[in-house]
Design a protein around this ligand. Structure first.
Ligand SMILES: Cc1cc2nc3c(=O)[nH]c(=O)nc-3n(C[C@H](O)[C@H](O)[C@H](O)COP(=O)(O)O)c2cc1C
Length: 332
């Protein structure tokens, strides 16, 4: 265990920002920007990186930014600092999503070490998982991770799972009919030298059993999509929040990343299945209205092969300089 007594240096904060950029984001759009100011990091949503067709209200952008905020907090904690995250602290600047401030030194516990060790290893897997169920204590661990971030994570029972998969397949068809949907996917897919988007190797096969609707990122490819049989009864989790405002979306993103990192720690692979949450009429059907909750994410988890890490933009692309007026002040 280590304890640190001084404020984090700019270089420690920059390392934490680099960790934050490994967070998951819709189509790997990496829709975030950061500014280091003293012992705080400002986290911005980058309006130019919101997916205009799929994410009309910016909900999934803020979930993505929330995932980066959680990763930043965890990286700081791993570096020996407790932090405070103020969400939307300036009403006149709606793109400023959070200010994460290192408040005091804190013990690095074994739990923090284990969760932080998952940061570089976490990734989305779009391949078939083993036909093995996830043990109850592991599911409890994931539920606790969501609860720590003021959200609710529930496992769908067999009937709910089948209903959610059915809704997801229907939503996938509806999204394909949305003007611009396929072109938008194509814009965020590919490979080559780009530092964002979903590379070809991460796309994965279609489900030969036509049950698990993994989003097809190779829509416009001239090659036929390979097909493999996925596990017929996947473990499906639903992440929900009490409200459905912008701060709830950021909270959902923080919870999403905490759950995904806990899953990675426990040896699980995961795939978000967002199509049913992206069609408002379907989203309402994902949860019993009596629960008083709104679904933010649907996840498939299981034991599967490692897929690999997708690219990220370099720090120089996401780190904003200090505005002129603040430059004279010490930032170390
Ligand atoms: C809000 C949100 C929604 C997502 N929805 C899907 C989805 O529907 N299908 C999918 O395959 N991946 C989905 N993802 C995963 C992203 O595509 C993935 O995080 C991104 O490509 C970066 O890859 P990585 O997770 O391997 O780092 C989603 C991620 C986020 C944050």
């Amino acid at each position: 265990m280590t304890v640190t007594s001084v404020s984090p240096t700019r270089s420690v904060l920059a390392d934490c920002v680099r960790s934050a950029t490994t967070a998951p984001s819709l189509h790997n759009s990496q829709p975030w920007l950061f500014r280091i100011r003293g012992s705080a990091v400002e986290v911005y949503a980058d309006p130019g990186r919101r997916l205009q067709v799929l994410d009309t209200d910016g909900r999934e952008q803020l979930i993505s930014v929330g995932a980066a905020v959680f990763t930043l907090r965890l990286a700081l904690r791993r570096a020996g600092y407790a932090s405070d995250a103020a969400l939307f602290p300036r009403p006149d600047d709606p793109d400023l999503v959070a200010v994460v401030t290192a408040t005091h030194s804190a013990m690095v516990t074994s739990g923090v070490e284990a969760l932080a060790a998952a940061i570089p290893r976490r990734h989305t897997s779009r391949w078939p998982f083993a036909r093995t169920s996830v043990p109850a204590d592991v599911l409890d661990h994931l539920r606790d991770a969501a609860r720590w971030e003021s959200t609710v994570l529930a496992e769908a029972g067999p009937a709910a799972r089948d209903a959610i998969l059915h809704l997801a397949r229907s939503a996938d068809h509806l999204l394909h009919a949305r003007p611009g949907y396929r072109d938008e996917i194509a814009r965020w897919t590919g490979g080559g030298l780009r530092h964002d988007g979903v590379p070809g190797w991460a796309v994965g096969p279609g489900d030969g059993l036509e049950r698990v609707p993994i989003r097809n990122f190779a829509e416009l490819s001239p090659l036929p999509r390979p097909s493999e049989k996925f596990e017929p009864n996947p473990t499906i989790l639903v992440l929900a929040t009490a409200g459905d405002r912008r701060c709830d979306w950021v909270r959902a993103g923080q919870a999403l990343q905490r759950v995904l990192l806990a899953a990675t720690w426990k040896g699980l692979a995961a795939t978000p299945i967002s199509q049913p949450v992206e069609v408002p009429a379907m989203r309402r059907l994902l949860i019993d209205p009596r629960a008083g909750l709104t679904v933010q994410m649907v996840l498939r988890i299981g034991y599967g092969t490692q897929a690999g890490r997708t690219p990220r933009r370099p720090l120089s692309d996401v780190l904003l300089p200090l505005p002129h007026a603040s430059r004279g002040r010490a930032v170390m």
